[in-house]
Design a protein around this ligand. Sequence first.
Ligand code: B3K
Ligand code: ZN
Length: 900
Amino acid sequence: MSLLREANGPTTVVRREDYAAPAYWIDTVELSFDLDPAKTRVLNKMRLRRNPDVAAQALRLDGEELNLARVLVNGAGCSFKMDGNQLVLENLPEGDAPFDLEIFTTCTPDKNTQLMGLYVSQGTFFTQCEAEGFRRITYFLDRPDVMASYTVTLRADKKRYPVLLSNGNLVEEGTLPDGRHFAKWVDPHKKPCYLFALVAGQLVVREQRITSRSGTNHLLQVYVRPGDMDKTEHAMNSLIASVVWDEARFGLPLDLERFMIVATSDFNMGAMENKGLNIFNTKYVLANSATATDTDFANIESVVGHEYFHNWTGNRITCRDWFQLSLKEGLTVFRDQEFSMDLCAEPSARAVKRIEDVRVLRTAQFPEDAGPMAHPVRPDQYVEINNFYTVTIYEKGAEVVRMMQTLVGRAGFAAGMKLYFARHDGQAVTCDDFAQAMADANPQSDLARLLPQFKRWYSQAGTPHLRAEGVFDTAARSYTLTFTQRCDPSPGQPAKQPFVIPVALGLLDASGTELPLQLAHWNQPEAGTRTFVLTEASETFTFVNVDSEPMPSILRGFSAPVVLEMDYTDVQLLGLLAFDTDSFNRWEAGQRLALRRALHAIKAQGPVPQDPLDAAYLAAMRAVLRHPALDAAFKELVLTLPSETYIAEQLDVVDPQRIHAVREAMREQLAHALHDDWIWAFEAHKDNGAYRPDPLGTGRRALAGLALTMLCLAARSNGNPVWPGKAYQRFKDACNMTDRFNALSALVVSGQALAPDALSRFHSMFRGEALVIDKWFALQAGAPDRGGNVLPTVRQLLAHPDFNLRNPNRARSVIFSYCSANPGGFHRADAAGYVFWSERVIELDGFNPQVAARLARALDRWKKLAEPYRSAAREAIARVAAKPDLSNDVREVVTRSLAD
Ligand code: B3K
Ligand code: ZN
């Protein structure tokens, strides 16, 4: 649909309420491919039957950029017509009997720059069909509720394409005349066409045979380009861990003899869960200690897990329609988050993972929920479904599933999953079906009791704000907490109903000891955290037997995706930071302290204060940094200031330059005030023995890296060359990419004179490693702006011989790092950042609308900007919107952005 350019014509809006079951079912599909980059022939033989539940009507098959050569019904020619992009067959055999439909088409993979459907990347064929790419391969009922059995035959030149892969089991292979060969694959499971995949090219494979708990044997394979074999061990280990985990935690075994992962460097997203043949962006497969950072290792583990877990949540049970996308994505993100947490041996490492996940939610999803693209977890309408693979569908969707687990308990959740599969295995279902199974498996739970109201999390967009107020009554020895919830209007939803909000909380006394909780009507107190389920606009809880004003620790573990507004005193926050038993809220207290100081300095009149931080805050940070028992990973999170994006979200009017200047001032002050402590932190954490990407080592490297950055920042103003020198030395001597890149980044971020030399050395060291060169580009495009220096750098980077706009990873490494991840550099008073943005959106849209539409969202929050940014941003968006021939993808984003 994307390149269907209805030049300024009407745009089709797809609505959830218009869902209708398909008029035909496709039971079997036999596909034969003669693979040729310039002209691939596709023979598609289907067996169809009418859907007896739907009134008789024509068969309308979706197709896009296909050359149609032949259509046969039951082996004979037939009449057909085209209606836009649809192939319409009106005179099909009457009655319920199945009939055969044969369609012969050709397509042009080497001209496919959108990377949807069948395309060529570095001489290898790949496919991407979700959401609506299969129609670019053949005419089909391209919708997820049509599930069919697939047999696929691939034919290609044997020398150029020695490896031929598709879903399922390889049943036959052999040679053909003229140096060609073939492979025939049969998928034992029915699937929607978005899970179809093929790969053909020169690849090498790492293999591992495993035996499951129940004794079945499986072959696991990771395919990569020759030369990348030494970067596949971690992906394979992650895959093995995923198989073991899903069986252990949810009783979900691998249902295939063979499970394949294939990596490609040209990919629009992270990875794709095609049945038995996952296709991955190389970024989420390839890693060794020399080329990948700890973050890369962790991301690979979670993405490999995510795609593998889709095998049940998404593939065995799929979505009835694309409005139900979060049914598979929210649930599968929840599962991959749990997987990563369960792999952590220590509870503190679990907490670190939770904090990282919440940070993503709050810096990316909360802004989305408050902006022009806000949509419910189950949207009601879309123009281009690719625009709805969002942090709301994924991350907020995962929070909704997490709240269900909170409401029914871990065992109850496992029971709900079991019932969900018992009821719906092999079906295409809705978010309602999932929630119903959870509730029905836990009839006594709050979820069952509150199900209709709970489901507002699926239907209402926007982030609820939860206001908490505490009143201590000395005479009554009671503490009363009043909660009030509200949710601002969002596009198409002027008024919201109250949500079900599970609030995990505890109370601490002034010395930091956890108090037993007792409501007036309870017979006895309860120790520790207790979850209260809010359902009303306003609710009050009175705790008795409280001797002194407590420090309330509210929303422990971030028990609901809400903005908690609580007028904590500094004393309370400092107390929670020092003593809370809940690691999440301990971190949160530190963030609130920093945020309060940032907002104070931002809102103040006059020039940016040089020292926005006070002695109490600095002492608290020092205490955390030097704490004998806390983990390095946790310390690094506490000592990292809230991001500019997160700070901006707390303001009604955003001056990005002032936010940037204030945050930088805070960082520099932290660097100077804790100078000796940073030296200690660096020295104590810099040596970590042989590289292992485990939580302990990862945390230690992260803290050493932060310390080094701080020491280089301090050196900027005190002019002492010792620490930049040490950073340079570490950059040269490092034994792993994490330490090397952290040292390089410390030099670049602090604008050291040594930075250009280090950058050019780094480039020569890794010139053949695309993923490392992406980091090199991203670091420069994302560097803190000093007097407007980043945009000229970015323009130079675009002219670099290694830059290639057509490669999504490379485009993201420069353009997204600048436009979406560098607010201080991007929002320029002279509007040059916005002009750059509009040029790139239009340029990208010419060949890859999906990537262009992602970039188009960088200015989503323009209405919040202060002048002159606001008017300049609107002008830039209007310039894009005025362009004729925009893709539906970009048009939907800019139209919504400009709407009132
Ligand atoms: N399901 C894919 C995303 C497909 C995006 C299509 N525009 C990856 C994932 O979520 O696992
Ligand atoms: Zn997914």
